[in-house]
Design a protein. Structure first.
Length: 323
């Protein structure tokens, strides 16, 4: 896994993925006490950065593999990214999703033409289900984060951040990234190391599901004791990936842990001040930038708003935090 793979993925994504902008608000700067730049990947196709990795992985397959089809497991954002990429390539897609995933994500994945297989994330292993179906049907498994082509696709977000921050003259800043298994975080970290070494990726996780933060602190892969029960479902994974963790060890700063309440407030503020819709897990990085100011050095922080697939009741709850 290296920067060359990310650059090649960027060429395959050109004309297919959206280049998301950089957003700012003086009101958010005031809360944070420094400049806050937001990369709204919630505006990406399917509502999250996951389209980048999905397209990167599917577009790299052979014609025979596309004809047979792909399989992925996901709480919803990777599901939709792979489903859309598969549809655009004329490939069948099977997606293994937790039964407690947001209804919107399940419905959207089906609407994109994928076959959805539901499972209980507290008692069943999505990896075992996915690998069994892959072997049974001859499908190509596209892992959500521990997959080089997926990491390469996610890393294209980091190339854009590096280019935009260079144009804005922003140096020596942290890039806060909502982190599950580490695909986006490690991809961005690799891109920054090559193109903007003065910018540093910082993984951000929800309280109670801080496996990456603990792993970076201990120097070895740590596992979460719980696998469900958070509004930040998009960034809940059992543990860091075998591929992503060494990359994060080499290129990331310490992790940051935020609460659900902080994420909900960040969702509300993103809507109020930036006019974007972000899901709780996708707002974790912004929550860190706004409410954990002591965790950052320098006069600026870049927060990646990773996804916007939020159910209306949760969004309403987030808006109540503004009252």
């Amino acid at each position: 896994m290296n920067i060359d793979m990310i650059r090649v993925a960027a060429k395959r994504l050109d004309g297919h993925a959206r280049r998301t902008p950089i957003l700012t608000s003086p009101f958010l700067d005031e809360i944070a006490g420094r400049r806050v730049f937001v990369k709204p990947e919630c505006l990406q196709h399917t509502g999250s950065f996951k389209f980048r990795g999905g397209w990167s992985a599917v577009s790299a397959l052979t014609d025979n593999a596309l004809k047979t089809g792909v399989i992925a497991f996901s709480s919803g954002n990777h599901a939709q990214g792979v489903a859309l990429a598969a549809r655009e390539h004329g490939a069948p897609a099977v997606i293994v999703m937790p039964s407690d995933a947001p209804k919107l994500k399940i419905e959207n994945t089906r609407a994109l033409g994928a076959e959805v297989v539901l499972y209980d994330r507290a008692t069943e292993s999505r990896e075992e289900i996915g690998e069994a179906l892959s072997a049974e049907r001859g499908l190509t498994l596209v892992r959500p984060y521990d997959e080089p082509q997926v990491i390469a696709g996610q890393g294209t977000c980091g190339l854009e951040i590096a280019e935009d921050m260079n144009a804005l003259g922003v140096t020596n800043a942290d890039v806060a990234v909502c982190c599950g298994g580490g695909g986006l975080t490690s991809g961005i970290a690799l891109a920054l190391a090559a193109e903007a070494p003065s910018l540093r990726a910082r993984p951000v996780e929800p309280e109670g599901f801080d496996d990456v933060t603990r792993s970076l602190a201990s120097g070895q892969i740590e596992r979460n004791t719980r696998l469900s029960g958070s509004l930040c479902d998009a960034i809940i994974t059992p543990q860091p990936g075998a591929i992503t963790f060494p990359i994060m060890q080499a290129h990331c700063g310490p992790g940051i842990v935020v609460t659900e309440e902080e994420c909900l407030r960040a969702v509300g503020l993103a809507y109020e001040r930036l006019k974007i819709v972000v899901e709780p897990g996708g707002a974790a990085a912004l929550a860190a930038a706004l409410f954990h100011t002591d965790a950052f050095d320098g006069d600026a922080v870049i927060a990646v708003a990773t996804g916007g697939n939020i159910d209306p009741p949760v969004f309403s709850k987030a808006l109540e935090t503004l009252a």
